[in-house]
Design a protein around this ligand. Structure first.
Ligand code: GLN
Length: 206
């Protein structure tokens, strides 16, 4: 596939069932993309990539199944649609979820095991500077809110950033990107730009 030149506009969906989808829509629009909320299966056919926001993965899971959007999202991921998940969104694209509630499901696609609420109930949120080589300098100011960590990664997965203790908090596997933290609330648009570059290079809808 040749991919779409950067000048051709792309449309990115943001799964808008629960969580901080408005923030993602704003960042994507500020970068020149057309960004649309996605709540129904039909809306998936009109997008070149999908962002799954932070929020609560158990709720996003339940609502996505209730709205009939879970299966179509799984199929789109399997077909190669670029997806970026932040925090709960990372949990939703993980193949394996540790400390899930009973019956909790994910869309999967990303060959990792993530642990929910990995920093314990004492640590609701914290912020650190993270070195992320794919984004260059300066380091990313990363905000973690009841965040998961990536505990195991498959052969095809690249760790993009780790905490000082070595725990992985940003990953990529082909068109799937995930971060434990929330770039959509810090004003640092580099991660969304990185994702958009991936979307533009993919020609998913053609
Ligand atoms: N702890 C939440 C979950 O399990 C994720 C928190 C977040 O997205 N900020 O889904």
């Amino acid at each position: 596939m040749a991919g779409k030149p950067a000048t051709i506009p792309v449309t990115v969906g943001v799964l808008a069932l629960q969580g901080d989808f408005r923030e993602h829509l704003e960042v994507l629009r500020s970068l020149g993309a057309t960004a649309v909320p996605v709540r129904r299966a039909e809306e998936l056919t009109a997008i070149d990539g999908l962002v799954i926001p932070g929020g609560e993965s158990t709720v996003i899971d339940k609502l996505s199944r209730a709205f009939g959007v879970a299966e179509p999202v799984k199929q789109a991921i399997a077909a190669g649609m670029p997806v970026y998940g932040t925090c709960a969104g990372l949990i939703m694209i993980a193949d394996r979820v540790l400390d899930a509630i009973e019956g909790q499901q994910s869309f999967g696609g990303l060959d990792v095991a993530v642990r929910r609420n990995a920093f314990g109930s004492q640590t609701e949120s914290f912020e650190v500077e993270l070195r992320m080589p794919v984004l260059g300098d300066p380091p990313v100011h990363a905000v973690f809110i009841r965040a998961p960590v990536v505990e195991t990664v498959g052969d095809q997965v690249t760790a993009l950033a780790s905490l000082a203790d070595g725990r992985v908090v940003a990953v990529q596997q082909g068109n799937l990107l995930g971060t434990s933290f929330h770039p959509e609330i810090t004003g640092d648009t580099r991660f969304h730009q990185y994702f958009l570059n991936r979307v533009r290079a993919t020609a998913f809808r053609s």
